[in-house]
Ligand binder design. Sequence first.
Ligand code: GLV
Ligand code: MG
Length: 317
Amino acid sequence: MATSRARRSCLAVPGSSLKMLEKAQGLAADQVFLDLEDAVAPLAKADARKNIVAALNEGDWGGKTRVVRVNDLTTPWTYRDVIETVEGAGSNLDCIMLPKVQTPEHVAWLDLTLTQLEKSLGLRVGGIGIEAQIENARGLVNVDAIAAASPRIETIIFGPADFMASINMRSMVVGALNPDYPGDPYHYILMRILMAARMHDLQAIDGPFLQVRDVDAFREVAKRSAALGFDGKWVLHPGQIDAANEIYSPSQFDYDHAELILDAYEFYTSEAGGRLGAVMLGDEMIDEASRKMAVVMAAKGRAAGMARTSSFTPLDA
Ligand code: GLV
Ligand code: MG
């Protein structure tokens, strides 16, 4: 499912914390995900479901994308997580996030369960989206099939902490570079996820950075996945939100430049502009491929609410 929901910053909110469920509503994150999985102890899961239903129904989330992360399908909790949250707050919920997805069948199960719930509750069938977290080798190897498993899928998310554990990666600092490896140890995983996401017109989301007080280190990690083309990143602390919103938006220069290319290309390819295919914009030659890159950049800027600071004027006008 192509979706234009903004997800530059995806804030994790433990479902067991009434305080965080309240506070998160006023923060500037594009998305919140109310967690029933790893941030909630087994004995607190039943109460967390109730807290989440109440927070979705009674809270003011101010246009944020509202997601619930359920437990993964190897646990005894998943079906109840889905049924209780959708029965309790299905009309105030945008997506269910399924962690540790390993095969397309996991997604198919969630799709069918959501369809049954939507039918029995009188909700629009297909209205609730799915976010799939890739957190181990099996999930990554199957990521193409997972991305294709349901039209409900909106995002593919990298879960670095679980992933590192699953492949025995020799580092304890999630997302950080390792001085023993002369490259970015996450590059292959990120690109693999990005290709599957783009092939199916989905968003690609980077996972958490756990050193929550070190915003400079967060920025470094986030810039790497943003440079590849990722759409956003998890944030675990209010201090990481502004950095994510900035890093996953285009710079003002790139946004202005993209809008200029679109205007210039539209003009020069027209009758009035001379029906040209490849033209000069300042010192740069632009053609159809430049237009395609500009479309993507301009869309990101518009979704981030950016305003232009320049306008196009034909040279001989
Ligand atoms: C997130 O769920 C992670 O495992 O990094
Ligand atoms: Mg995880």
